[in-house]
Design a protein around this ligand. Structure first.
Ligand code: FEO
Length: 397
């Protein structure tokens, strides 16, 4: 169902209630998502982004509820990823007179995806298009989170449309941030940042400074996923500044998998050591945990401690995806350590330590290795390991 956000600005997007994974299986989306598209009906008509192709029919119905698509003058494609551009071919067929507005990198990415002879208009930061009463102002935002990413500001309405930035995978029929459960909203916004945007944190800070320096009045921030920020809209900008600085909390995440409970007992002993140092921690059994949720916990924590038995000369396969993810995300300001049980070859400890170092994690303690089921002495070493990590957490600014 469409809704008018402000006089002449309409949400014509789609709620994807059933979405469980995004980017293939890269990202879990327990609460579904939305693909937000906006129609600005002034003397000229502009459509900002579209939706995933599997929702094209419903999307076009939404557009028709507001205007005849043939009357659209401008289609703004802020980013080529298919969740926002998938319905472009269908909509462009319906408005043959429309100009397709893209960033310089967007021309390449949209052309590369669709190979169509559309009438492109390339805009750079500061370029404007007048719709009559209001004006669209464009701001290139490369690597937030693709090279082509672009923001659109609707001058005269105080509305910023930043595409993927400030979004959340959060399906709801409520459109605004003040209408939904605040804890759920925070969880989804943080998960989105931690799992998608962290590698671009330096650029996030620069771009926010650049946009704030323009001193534009912002009444509403309308991202391309989830709810729109109308109550204290800059709260999500402040949260992004905080997250982008990557100053984690004095807490730890102990993640492990286990075959016959030896590694599990080691993990619990490490937790005991952390507790003795007064450092809050969570144990995450990777056989039972969602990788992206654990990544989010690690993002917030100062320390990460990882353990596994050795199987086929390495850690259990359940550990490898998150180790690979951490290597790609390269969180800053993390400390950590490793632990492992083994029966004969015992390579998992050194493999985990190497992966943690490749992820930018500073190892603060020699790892603990236990042959067969951990002995009382080996468990005591694990408790000591937990204490060392706990002390390092407290010692670091
Ligand atoms: Fe980068 Fe929502 O797509």
């Amino acid at each position: 169902m469409v809704s008018e956000l402000k006089n002449g600005i309409w949400w014509v997007g789609i709620v994807d209630w059933g979405l469980k994974h995004f980017h293939g299986f890269e990202l879990s989306t327990h609460r579904g998502s939305t693909y937000n598209s906006y129609l600005i009906a002034d003397e000229k008509i502009a459509l900002v982004d579209t939706v995933w192709s599997r929702f094209t029919s419903e999307f076009i119905e939404n557009v028709r509820e507001v205007v005849d698509p043939a009357k659209i003058d401008y289609v703004i494609a802020q980013h080529a990823e298919s969740d926002h551009s998938g319905s472009l071919p269908a909509i462009m067929d319906l408005c043959p007179k429309a100009t397709l507005v893209v960033s310089p990198r967007g021309q390449a990415s949209i052309s590369g995806h669709y190979h169509k002879p559309w009438k492109f208009h390339v805009v750079k930061t500061g370029d404007k298009i007048s719709l009559g009463g209001c004006e669209l102002v464009f701001i290139e935002a490369p690597m937030l989170h693709w090279p082509d990413s672009m923001f659109t500001y609707v001058s005269g309405k105080g509305v910023l449309m930043p595409n993927d930035a400030f979004g959340q995978h959060y399906a709801t029929c409520l459109r605004f941030n003040d209408q939904v459960d605040q804890k759920e909203l925070y969880e989804e916004a943080l998960k989105y940042y931690a799992n998608i945007l962290t590698p671009f944190s330096d650029m996030v800070l620069k771009k926010i400074d650049e946009v704030l320096a323009l001193d534009l009045p912002v009444d509403m921030i309308c991202p391309s996923h989830g709810v729109l920020w109308r109550k204290d809209p800059l709260q999500i900008v402040r949260a992004y500044q905080d997250w982008a600085r990557q100053t984690p909390q004095d807490r730890a995440v102990v993640l492990f998998d286990t075959m016959w409970n030896g590694t599990r007992r080691m993990a619990e002993a490490i937790g005991d050591g952390l507790e003795r140092e007064g450092v809050p921690y969570v144990l995450c059994h990777m056989g039972n945990s969602d990788r992206n949720d654990v990544v989010t916990k690690i993002f917030e924590a100062k320390a990460v401690v990882v353990g596994s038995p050795t199987v086929n000369r390495g850690p259990l396969p359940t550990l490898m995806p998150i180790l690979e993810e951490l290597r790609g995300l390269r969180f800053k300001n993390k400390i950590g350590a490793a632990f492992a049980s083994y029966g004969w070859s015992g390579e998992s400890l050194s493999i985990i330590e190497k992966r943690l170092e490749e992820s930018g994690v500073t190892l603060v303690s020699k790892g603990v290795k236990a042959l067969w089921a951990p002995s009382a002495e080996e468990l005591a070493k694990c408790t000591e390991l937990g204490r060392e990590v706990g002390k390092a957490v407290k010692a670091r600014p």
